[in-house]
Design a protein around this ligand. Sequence first.
Ligand code: DLL
Length: 436
Amino acid sequence: MNVPVWNPAIEFMEREALERLQLAHLRKTIAWALKTPFYQRRLADVGLTRPDDITSLRDVRNLPYTTKDDLRDAYPDGLLAVDREQVVRLHTSSGTTGMPTVIYHTQRDIDHWTELVARCITATGATRRDVFQNMTNYGLFTGGLGLHYGAERVGMLVIPASSGNTGRQVQLMRNFQTSVVHATPSYLLHLQAVLAGEGIGPDQLGLRKAFIGAEPHSEETRRKIESLLRIEAYNSYGLSEMNGPGVAFECLYKTGLHLWEDAYFLEVINPHTLQPLAEGETGEIVMTTLQRQATPLLRYRTRDLSHLVSGHCACGRSHRRLARLTGRSDDMLIINGVNVFPSQIEDLLMKTPEVGSNYLIQLEKRGSLDRLIVKTEIEARWFTGHRATLDDLRERISELLRSAVLVKPVVELYEPGSLPVSEGKAKRVMDLRPVF
Ligand code: DLL
């Protein structure tokens, strides 16, 4: 197989040289981190005050971990390592209790992120001759702009379609003979169902590849997408805290996701004991940014579970591969690609005066898309009045939740005492989505 590559000097770099590069980048990262009050404190706690205190990559193990809660507590600029004038963009993501987290970027950070995405796109065999339709949300979510810049860097014709509006997506695909798309796997299956419903078969489209990510999915789902649309689909992993997409991507061989190790120092740990795990053992992915100036992050606990694939990839890249992600070590839900913590929903419900004490969050599949159902008890007096008032309240709660968690739920209202009460620790989330 002819291996397409964007940056051969880095992608095929010998491990030893790659590790030397990591060490140099790590020292720079420590220097940047030491500009933030947050890391000054944290690093002083472990006796580290100068970048030169790091003498080998093993020293990473002495660095403090960083969690999503740390980012939330440091919001908005406790982790900003450069002058504000140097920052050209920020992206936010949801925090555990509704308080967002923020990642800032300098122009250099954006350029570097763009380079990583260009590597990913090229690794799948997509080229400047492709027409690329980006079906993920443009805005604070990183899937839109992240892929957009990378695809432009590769020289593709980019259609910034953003998410949703399936009718228009189909029209754009047909008018411009889109050859590569980027979407969540659930949306791509939904799009396929719409295409099939309109009698549009793969032969009427120019589609040849898809980048799928932002949510967990199985090998079977990938195969389904590939066979129904007659395309090649590549798994893409990333998270806002590590820029967004462009962290790890499958190459033509699809035997795990190459993680760009010149940009991220990777560890896999046991989430309970925090001890490092050996290659092949499944645990929590922990990453240290090696190139980011504006918001350097040390040993960020992603909560994502995976393991390192052993052996060399036939493509020849030296950057190690992560296996398909198997889940998370916290309770974060991913609903049609949007991250939602149950605690955010609870916070909002409890702030709504009409709401009673018990509620349930249910997740279902409707076709290929996820559906969020929030069942909540409300005060008895609401059931004695007009139906319209009840409908109003339902809509109000639904809208309140939508504006906060970015997913519009179906809200069901119940009389006090009618929802099941769990004995012991309340189990308020029922995820009825088939494991797919
Ligand atoms: O989802 C970034 C992204 C955009 C990745 C587009 C790929 C494509 P967040 O919104 O911060 O960022 O969500 C990150 O989504 O910690 C994982 O739990 C999950 N996730 C992302 N990609 C995958 C994947 C973007 N390929 C969180 N497989 C991560 C499984 C994924 N889970």
